[in-house]
Unconditional design. Structure first.
Length: 691
């Protein structure tokens, strides 16, 4: 038998999912993350889950991994010292940036401008020039290149990025500089903009290429180390890394293009949520992934996550395809505090993380966190993560009491309820960013809640958004690992055009799409997939002539291949529809094709869905005890249920607590949780006629 591992590393927990590829049977394990070296937690979790399944690590054939190594390198500013080579006259491209200052009218007074990832002293100019059509206007001065690289060698740069003007149209000069750099700066990794991001816009291309070089050393080092440790553990397994757009790439490809991994972790959760929602019969939904450090949200239509062309981590925004995920600093470990100046309760974004963790973990933490508040309110069992973490109720109460004293409430339960209410509002704000602010009504969507803390707050978020049902998937605490284990290899190729529709025929564009698809296929074929395993999709960035931004729109390849003019007619209509949805108006300007891309996907691995035995509506056989919880300003009696004992069709009446190994679900008064045949809990208001 062959086994496949999904591995997701978060700020607080590392989740492991083991899948038997023959039977679809799964085993899961949750362990504390090890921020100082993520591979330590990963190897520990793999050893434990293999032992639980009764197999040897050598039986694992694939390790599919969502990682935050690239993200953390950016957030913690622990990347390499990067040298930047650009065209003469463009040395301050990163300093000028987009002249955008966040905040209000006086933001420019108080905003501390982030330092570029490549210092000005490590930025050099070379003599060369290429036109927007790719024609060489000024040949590359190779002696000048050697002189400039010598300066960077003296400065001690650890990575090199090359971004020349209009290199998206002709990357020959960048390629030659890379060859010279191999002689002048031996052993230094090189990132070329014509490879990393062959698209229009000088600043976006430069910052993305520099970011790639900045994190490349850490990512490649981590991939090599993890690969070696897997081998040392007796595993001859293929290591694949999840990209920000929800696709997989081999470890070697990920090491060469790490900027595509900045949202690797959150993308796995969205992929897993799509798998679970499809099993429950829903295609349109919001995702709500609440972990120990942060909460990630996204919107999915027709089981397809919305894909963005920008990725933001901290203060850094790069141009890289990613699932449109929004993140807020709200998690189980988010610390509650009362600033002396305002005396107003705040929650996050500071987090207790995995070390020391919330006060209730008993690891030395004393700050009051969201987890501690949930313990005080009676929402959490005495142990988490299958018994790996015990909860100290007295320590949680002592921590939350500091908030009660600081706010003058003198009531620990009400202080805890305030902490939970505020963090719920913070997460509601994130959900509005991907729904109402994008022109979508959340009431038209379900809400899929997961992560270790998501199911605990899901019912409350359903009330705030009006998104019903709230879907709690099987094993919600390790759903991101499910996503890692059920996604496919992916690659894409793009070409910037910046030409009006009238400059092309349908047949000409179809030919270009074929070229791009062939380029994107090469990486997947090299990974061992067959031509018959691959599927291709196409998209285009379109704008009205004169606009300074573009909108991504799917392309119907068959319509262009037909060659009868229907391709551009359909593309024009699709763009107008999306533009009107986003901005409520249309223009008469000519449509302009900015960038086209082909995306090639490998086959999706299959994970056998859970099928529960039917058991009628009565869930009493799964009830383990009764407990008191504080909700809606009063203490009420609630049933505590073992989720593993619930059967299909069981209806749990709120208030109730449903416990399992990796998460806990809270059902509020006036709501019910119906057990779906495939294992999900569907929470709705008790009066909902769909119940």
């Amino acid at each position: 038998m062959a086994f496949r591992l999904g591995v997701d590393v978060g700020g607080t927990f590392t989740d492991i999912l083991l899948v038997n590829e023959d039977t679809g049977q799964t085993h899961r394990y949750k362990t504390s993350s090890t921020p100082e070296d993520q591979s330590v937690g990963v190897l520990h979790g793999i050893a434990q889950v293999c032992a639980a399944a009764g197999i040897e690590p050598a039986e694992v054939s694939e390790v599919l991994h969502g990682t935050t190594v690239a993200t953390n390198a950016i957030l913690e500013q622990k990347g390499a010292r990067v040298g930047l080579v650009t065209t003469r006259g463009f040395r301050q491209v990163l300093q000028i940036a987009r002249s955008f200052v966040p905040g209000g009218l006086a933001g420019w007074i108080i905003w501390p401008k982030p330092e570029p990832l490549a210092d000005l002293e490590d930025t050099v100019e070379v003599t060369e020039r290429v036109s927007t059509t790719g024609a060489v206007l000024t040949p590359l001065d190779e002696e000048d290149v050697r002189r400039q690289l010598a300066k960077l060698r003296t400065n001690g740069v650890e990575a090199l990025s090359i971004c020349l003007i209009n290199a998206y149209a002709n990357g020959a000069h960048e390629a030659r500089i890379a060859e010279i750099a191999a002689e002048e700066l031996p052993g230094i990794p090189v990132s070329r903009s014509s490879v990393v991001l062959p698209e229009l816009r000088e600043y976006e291309r430069a910052i993305t290429t520099v970011a790639n070089a900045y994190v490349q050393g850490q990512v490649s080092g981590y991939v090599r180390k993890l690969d070696a440790q897997l081998t040392g553990a007796g595993m001859d397994a293929q290591l694949s890394i999840l990209r920000s757009d929800g696709g997989l790439v081999s470890g070697a490809v990920a090491a060469d293009n790490p900027v595509s991994l900045l949202l690797s972790g959150p993308a796995g959760g969205v992929t897993g949520a799509a798998w679970a929602a499809e099993q429950a019969g829903f295609t349109d939904f919001l995702t709500f992934d609440m972990g120990g450090t942060s909460t990630d949200v996204a919107l999915v239509q027709n089981l397809q996550p919305r894909i963005g062309r920008e990725t933001t981590v901290g203060h850094l925004t790069v141009r890289a395809t990613s699932v449109d995920v929004r993140t807020v600093g709200a998690g189980g470990g988010s610390i509650a505090h009362v600033p002396p100046l305002t005396q107003a309760l705040r929650v996050g974004p500071q987090s207790a993380g995995a070390v020391p963790g919330p006060a209730s973990y008993g690891r030395g933490g004393t700050d009051p966190t969201v987890t501690d508040a949930n313990v005080v309110l009676g929402y959490l069992p005495s142990q988490l993560a299958g018994g790996e973490i015990g909860l100290d109720a007295e320590a949680a109460t002592a921590a939350v009491k500091t908030i009660a004293d600081a706010t003058g409430l003198n009531d620990v339960e009400r202080a805890a309820a305030g902490i939970v209410d505020i963090v719920n509002e913070n997460m509601f704000g994130a959900l509005k960013l991907v729904s109402t602010q994008q022109g979508f009504d959340p009431r038209d969507f379900a809400l899929v809640a997961f992560g270790g803390a998501g199911p605990l707050h899901a019912n409350a978020l359903g009330k705030l958004t009006g998104a019903w049902p709230v879907i709690i998937p099987p094993s919600p605490g390790v759903l991101s690992a499910y996503g890692d284990a059920t996604t496919s290899l992916r690659n894409e190729a793009a070409r910037t055009l910046v030409r009006p529709f009238g400059d092309f025929t349908d047949t000409e564009l179809a030919g270009l799409l074929d070229e791009l698809a062939s380029t994107a296929r090469d990486t997947l074929l090299a990974a061992g997939l067959g031509e018959e395993d691959l599927t291709v999709s196409y998209s285009a960035d379109v704008r009205y002539h004169g606009q300074g931004f573009e909108i991504p729109v799917p392309l119907d390849y068959a319509a262009f291949a037909a060659g009868d003019g229907g391709g551009f007619t359909g593309l024009r209509a699709a763009f107008d529809k999306e533009h009107e949805r986003l901005f409520s108006f249309l223009l008469d300007n000519e449509h302009e094709l900015v960038t086209v891309r082909s995306t090639v996907n490998g086959p999706h691995p299959e994970v056998t869905s859970i099928t529960l035995e039917a058991g009628g509506t009565d869930p009493s056989a799964a009830e383990r005890t009764r407990t008191s919880i504080f909700v809606d300003g009063a203490t009420v009696d609630a049933g505590v249920y073992d989720r593993d004992l619930l059967l299909a069709g069981n209806v749990v009446q709120g208030p109730a607590v449903i416990a399992e190994m990796d998460s806990t679900t809270l059902v509020l008064p006036g709501h019910t949780a119906t057990v779906h045949a495939h294992g999900s809990l569907l929470i709705r208001p008790a009066a909902d006629p769909k119940e």
